[in-house]
Design a binder for this molecule. Structure first.
Ligand SMILES: [Zn+2]
Length: 315
């Protein structure tokens, strides 16, 4: 009889401990979101003031890629049709005002075309830009957009030796996938096409990390029709509370942090030196702090979990 009671009690303990442990479902973005938005704008011309303002009005975060050696100047850019476009760049001492709520990123100190210059010149373009922008803002500069969008595998490898952790091209994918290589980061689309993809993204409802990545130049919004489209885009996407509007650098750091989390059938360990990550458990959404370990009953769907972390493997 005593044995039976012990056996029953043991089974009860086992059952209740299993019941208390949650099932791991997925990694998510902050607050359990699966969708994200990056707005990446190049050159640092004065039209950024109006654009950053529009983002501010709708609580959207932009990533502004600046040519630091041109800040405060005016210069002409010869066009293929023989015209010259004159650009006026934002003042050096205004960066922390204009981009207060936004990420400041590199775009080459002098906007040289990386496929036409030597490795040393590429490194100078990047490192001088980082140095200038760091001195002007006291921020860490970790993102970049390639001047003219031009890059290749060997340039990306070279960039990986700098402090830059993500670098954007202009090769539109028209998809909402995360990149395979953060240093050859192909965006979803140029902002002239955002309204074509907006509704698809707003109604997207899949438990898989996705990204709507928009790029452009604020000086292109001199065209009123295109500006109006951007206003409409920001108004609508700014109301979506299931989309994480984020700078490219913060997003990259988050995705890298997910990769560092160790997970098996029994537990999830977020290493001590890692960032905070968010996970979805059978019991709900949970913040997993650096250094925190939780025991789990099992992994719900190994395929889904793998898919959610199945991005950047390379440099
Ligand atoms: Zn540019």
């Amino acid at each position: 009889m005593t044995r039976l009671i012990i056996l029953f009690y043991g089974c009860f303990l086992l059952f209740s401990s299993c019941k208390q442990k949650p099932v791991f479902i997925d990694f998510t973005y902050p607050e359990g979101k699966y969708k994200a938005l990056v707005l990446s704008y190049d050159d640092g011309t004065i039209q950024d003031i109006q654009l950053a303002n529009l983002f501010d009005q709708h609580n959207l975060v932009g990533t502004f890629n600046l040519n630091s050696e041109y800040l405060g100047t005016k210069r002409g850019w010869p066009q293929q049709n023989g015209d010259t476009i004159f650009q006026k760049y934002v003042a050096k001492d205004s960066l922390l005002f204009i981009y207060k709520n936004h990420e400041i990123a590199a775009h080459g100190a002098l906007h040289k075309n990386f496929i036409d210059i030597t490795d040393k010149e590429i490194l100078d373009e990047v490192n001088i830009d980082i140095k200038n922008l760091t001195e002007l803002t006291d921020r860490k500069i970790i993102s970049m957009a390639y001047p003219f969008g031009n890059t290749n595998d060997s340039i990306a490898k070279l960039i990986s030796t700098t402090e830059i952790v993500n670098a954007r091209t202009v090769d539109d994918t028209y998809k909402f996938d995360l990149p395979k290589n953060y240093l050859i980061w192909n965006p979803t689309c140029h902002d002239s096409k955002v309204l074509d993809y907006l509704n698809d993204y707003l109604i997207l409802d899949k438990p898989k990390l996705s990204l709507f990545y928009v790029w452009g130049h604020s000086w292109e919004f001199e065209d009123q029709h295109r500006w109006n489209n951007m206003v409409e885009f920001c108004e609508k996407i700014g109301k979506a509370n299931d989309i994480w509007s984020v700078g490219n650098g913060e997003l990259t750091k988050y995705l890298k942090a997910i990769k560092k989390v160790q997970i098996n059938e029994y537990k999830i360990v977020n290493p001590l030196n890692n960032e905070l990550v968010w996970i979805k458990l059978s019991t709900g959404i949970k913040k997993l702090e650096a250094g925190e370990t939780i025991e789990i009953k099992t992994i719900a769907n190994k395929q889904t979990s793998k898919k959610n972390t199945d991005h950047e493997q390379g440099i």
